[in-house]
Design a protein around this ligand. Sequence first.
Ligand code: SF4
Length: 89
Amino acid sequence: MTDGKDTGGRNGRWRVRVDRRVCIGSGFCYGSAASHFRPDGIKSRPVRPVAEPTELLLLVADGCPVGAITLRDQLTGALVAPVQEHADD
Ligand code: SF4
């Protein structure tokens, strides 16, 4: 049973971080995923520093317009999102 959380086979918990030096306060993250992000002044911060993997978290981290949100595997520290798709050709 997947309970609707398609995480592409990723099963460990994730560390959720917002780089407040980079965040421009667009509101995309807390507007889209209020259970994971909340406004703090004109910036955003995670509701919890560690979260269960969800497709929503991936979408929000990849959708932050300035790449301020990072998701990392809690155990290994490996970067889960944002996905680096713009390698030099
Ligand atoms: S989506 Fe990115 S820029 Fe917008 S409030 Fe969230 S962290 Fe800040």
